[in-house]
Write a protein that binds this ligand. Structure first.
Ligand SMILES: C=CC1=C(C)c2cc3[nH]c(cc4nc(cc5[nH]c(cc1n2)c(C)c5CCC(=O)O)C(CCC(=O)O)=C4C)c(C)c3C=C
Ligand SMILES: [Fe+2]
Ligand SMILES: [Fe+2]
Length: 341
């Protein structure tokens, strides 16, 4: 039966660690209006400025985590696809990347050619952001419409507090928690504050006070990345049996000079070391797959920074990657998504 397909979509990576390939990837990524949300001329100007130095720096960072088979993010996503396929008996499971290869266009065309009539689209992000989820959904709709693929589409909503997701997250962290630690830092990918204000349906909620995201009502929670990150963190801590004093939340990967949501991970690493934390555990629950932002930014650079600031060790808990429980949970979540009537 090939009728009901599943398309997993992750962010993407450059095709190699060559500076030219990294520049092409960054250009495609950063020129996406959902990522840098400025009018085209300003976006073009800003991205051109970023592309002067960033490709060489990023190429160096990618080289430090690259695998023989390729980018960790792509290799791990491919492995996840294979395990999810064993749980998805309704049709084929394809993998696409929003930027670079394999493309959403290629994957949807392959599914249509195999006879798929319905596709459940699964952006692999637990929390909602226009720069991740919306851009994937828009691109899939654009491609399906442009090539008249005749596909009915359902979209997996952000699963930031789905019990099935939180349960596997807590289970995967158990061995690391049991080994002992002084503090657990839940470091989520950051976002420019401007993106939160734009997504706020009330126009009056986000970042109005230190606790606004924690108290978000349903309409705001549905769109507020920061509020969803806090829900993930709280849901995880409850399951892991961690008291409030044992963990905290921060936001990483800031790019450019604009204000991003905080507290910033980079600053928290210094603060925690200064407070006497010696063994720091870090989890990155905005990512379901290990990538440059987890392996290099936290696992290498963050670790070095923490130790230079007086900490003894920083242990990075791996993302869910292709863990069997996660693949089963993901297939289950996707199975439950209704198609529009
Ligand atoms: C304005 C810039 C960026 C926004 C907004 C942004 C949001 C965002 N990104 C992820 C997940 C990932 N980002 C990754 C890499 C990455 N992100 C940015 C910039 C923004 N991200 C850049 C420039 C890069 C490239 C690497 C670098 O040069 O630092 C990745 C990893 C890709 C890989 O190949 O390993 C992921 C995954 C989320 C979840 C998010 C919003 C919530
Ligand atoms: Fe990013
Ligand atoms: Fe908020």
């Amino acid at each position: 039966m090939t009728e009901h397909a599943l398309l997993l979509v992750n962010l993407g990576s450059p095709s190699s660690t060559d500076t030219g390939d990294v520049r092409r990837y960054l250009n495609q990524f950063l020129m996406d209006p959902y990522v840098i949300d400025l009018p085209w001329p300003l976006r073009r100007l800003l991205v051109s400025l970023i592309l002067i130095r960033r490709p060489a720096q990023s190429a160096h960072a990618y080289s430090s985590i690259w695998w023989y088979e390729g980018s960790p993010l792509v290799v791990l996503s491919r492995r996840l696809q294979q395990v999810v396929q064993s749980h998805w008996t309704n049709g084929p499971v394809e993998l696409a990347m929003r930027y670079g290869e394999p493309s959403i266009e290629g994957a949807l065309k392959r599914l249509a050619a195999q006879g798929a009539k319905r596709v459940t689209l699964a952006p692999l992000y637990p929390q909602f952001a226009e720069s991740t989820v919306t851009t994937v959904v828009e691109e899939a709709r654009r491609v399906a419409g442009r090539h008249r693929l005749g596909l009915e589409m359902a979209v997996l909503p952000p699963f930031y507090e789905q019990p099935a997701y939180l349960d596997v997250l807590a289970k995967s962290a158990q061995p690391y928690l049991q080994r002992g630690f002084d503090h657990l830092l839940l470091s989520f990918h950051g976002l420019p504050e401007r993106h939160l204000h734009k997504a706020d349906p009330t126009g009056a909620h986000c970042l109005r006070g230190p606790d606004c995201c924690r108290q978000a009502q349903a309409d705001v929670l549905d769109r507020c990345y920061r509020a969803q990150c806090l829900r993930t963190a709280e849901g995880f801590a409850r399951r892991a049996g961690l008291g409030e004093e044992r963990w905290s939340v921060s936001f990483q990967s800031r790019l450019g000079r604009a204000k991003w949501i905080g507290p910033y991970t980079e600053e928290r690493l210094d603060e925690l070391a200064a407070q006497g934390v010696k063994k720091l555990l870090v989890m990155c629950p905005a990512f379901v797959t290990d990538c440059i932002e987890t392996l290099e930014e936290i696992g290498l650079r963050g670790r070095e920074q923490f130790r230079a600031a007086g900490g003894e060790d920083l242990v990075l808990v791996p993302c869910l990657n292709d863990q069997p429980d996660w693949a089963a949970a993901l297939a289950g979540l996707c199975r439950g998504v209704p198609f529009p009537a």
